[in-house]
Design a protein around this ligand. Structure first.
Ligand code: SF4
Length: 475
């Protein structure tokens, strides 16, 4: 990202002009600061959510360092993962030798209950066949014949981290679950959060399901892996979805997928296995949360408890108290498709007006969904979705067509600074703030938390910008 302080005044003015914006949007081959990560990062996060599971990159060590550091900086926790460190010779001769030796070492040194293998670009470019590598590794005794190793091809030169999560999840179910048997159906609702970097969101799903007395399995559940208590002792495998529940995953009563774009492969697979599946938009905002509760009730036949109705009322009250601070304010947003649908839905409920929506990992289906959502509200009429654009495009939008606030992850701070507007951090990653991942943005609690973050930021700005005459106690 350009450091504007080092630009001349003329350059700065030109970079902020409509003329430059047009040139910027005419760019086709170059991507500058996309708001997405590569597939294996999503696969790694997914794998962390299974009991005793060791994430294993078949590919370069440098890639693994990037995934680990990105996740570690966001969660401020150590993130366990290994790689078979492919280098130039593997690119020429194939990565089988690395794969077998790496698997053997990982099994021997780290004592996992399951290993989740996903691939980096290098392995995919040379066409490594990880399925036959695994067969050969077992034949050679690298791991016992019955040791579970889940596989996911995650080529990073297409799609993004949300696809990697999805493909790994499908691989884990295929590897660990026994086939569905109609006379063995259990009572559990399997709830899939989707690519979600808020451990607090995962805990919020569990809390709401407990309040409904729903027997459930959160799959995957890395809440207690990426957010662990400091008790003075490091645990390599501190949590995750229990393997006994993974074994029964295809005999579940049904599946509730809490995101649609990061779970589409898994949904297709489960539907093919004749399992009842409902995929809902990420339950952000009132309508989104209502849909989560209704779907859980429908799939399990459980009643919506009074406790939940009470909580909903608290969120409605918070919305009523604060709507005047968001009503008519203009917003720009960037992030993943599922997150954006939830956030825009919430803004529209509050009378906020989304203007620029940048999604670096958009799809034609997402474009349609977003346009339908925007068309459903008078507050969505002034919004434009910019599919597959990056944060340098976003900067041009912010400086030529100003808004009141940017919502997105830490990477948006340069564009927000150049545009002179606040950035409310929602999404992934957070490198420059603490604890945000510890506050849910889903559920009725999430409604209250989002209002708190957004409205108090506006009020803080107002106080800072006020002259003595307008520096009020009451806002
Ligand atoms: S894009 Fe490819 S090379 Fe880069 S970190 Fe991801 S897997 Fe590695």
């Amino acid at each position: 990202m350009t450091h504007m302080e080092s630009c001349t005044k003329a350059t700065k003015e030109w970079l902020n002009s409509v003329e430059y914006r047009e040139k910027n949007f005419a760019r086709e081959k170059l991507v500058i600061n996309p708001a997405k990560a590569c597939q294996p990062l999503g696969a790694l996060l997914c794998a962390l959510g299974i009991e005793g599971c060791l994430p294993f990159t078949h590919g370069s060590q440098g890639c693994t360092a990037y995934f680990r550091s990105t996740l570690s900086r966001h969660f401020r926790e150590p993130v366990a993962s290994v790689s078979d460190s492919m280098t130039e010779d593997s690119a020429v001769f194939g990565g089988q030798a690395n794969f077998i030796e790496g698997l053997k070492n990982a099994y021997t040194v780290y004592n996992p209950k399951v290993i989740a293998v996903y691939t980096s670009c290098m392995a995919e470019v040379i066409g490594d066949d990880i399925s036959s590598f695994l067969g050969n590794a077992k034949d050679q005794g690298a791991v016992p014949m019955d040791f579970p190793v889940a596989l996911a091809n995650t080529p990073s030169f297409k799609m993004s981290h949300i696809a990697g999560y999805d493909i790994m999840l499908k691989g884990l179910i295929e590897c660990l679950a026994t086939p569905r048997q109609e006379d063995q159906i259990n009572e559990r609702l399997y709830v899939v959060p989707g690519f979600d970097t808020y451990p607090a969101n995962l805990r919020e799903y569990k809390r709401l399901l407990n309040m409904m007395n729903v027997p459930y399995t959160l799959l995957p559940d890395y809440s207690n892996v990426v957010d662990t208590p400091n008790l003075g002792k490091y645990e390599l495998y501190p949590g995750g979805t229990p393997l006994v529940e993974m074994k029964e995953a295809l005999n579940g009563l049904g599946y509730l997928l809490c995101q649609t774009y990061s779970t589409s492969n898994t949904k297709k697979y489960l539907t093919g296995e004749s399992i009842p599946v409902e995929a809902i938009p990420m339950p952000i905002g009132m309508a989104g949360t209502d849909r989560f509760i209704e779907a859980a009730a429908k799939l399990t036949g459980k009643e919506v408890s009074e406790e939940i109705t009470y909580e909903r009322g608290l969120a409605v009250d918070a919305m009523t108290d604060a709507h005047q601070y968001m009503h008519g304010r203009k917003f720009a947003l960037f992030g993943d498709p599922d997150l954006l649908l939830g956030l825009v839905s919430f803004l529209l409920e509050m009378g906020g007006e989304p203007v620029h929506i940048v999604c670096s990992n958009s799809t034609p289906l997402f474009k349609k969904d977003m346009e339908r959502l925007l068309a459903s509200s008078p507050y969505g009429q002034g919004a434009t979705l910019y599919p597959n654009k990056d944060l340098w495009h976003l900067r041009s939008l912010l400086v030529t067509e100003p808004v009141d606030m940017l919502i997105g992850d830490s990477h948006g701070k340069w564009a927000a600074r150049d545009a002179g507007i606040p950035l409310v951090r929602v999404g992934f990653p957070f490198y420059d703030r603490v604890n945000l991942h510890r506050y849910p943005i889903v559920g009725y609690s999430g409604v209250i938390n989002l209002i708190t973050m957004i409205v108090n930021t506006f009020l803080e700005e107002k106080d800072r910008a006020s002259t003595d005459a307008y520096f009020e106690l009451l806002r």
